[in-house]
Design a protein. Sequence first.
Length: 100
Amino acid sequence: MESVNNIAMPAQLQSPLPPPPPVPQKPIMKLVDRVEQIQNMSSDEQWELINALERFVFFEEDTEIALRVLQGIRSKTNVITVALDKKIQYIIERSLQSSR
């Protein structure tokens, strides 16, 4: 009988797991957060944000996020749309070439 009482139950063997560490926010998400205020920005600030997103496409490999954000910017702002469309098209073409 005594040996049965000394057997550890599985629940007693497992210590509670510590909470997972916080997931670090990708740097591009800081730019995504800024897009929410893009309508209140000057044209120069808007282009600064667009150019920063473009750099992420080429150097940080967050192409999909950056493209979606750029397309969102295009729909939200009065940025010179022809120039922005050309930039988006160029990014798409370049990302397709680099994925081959």
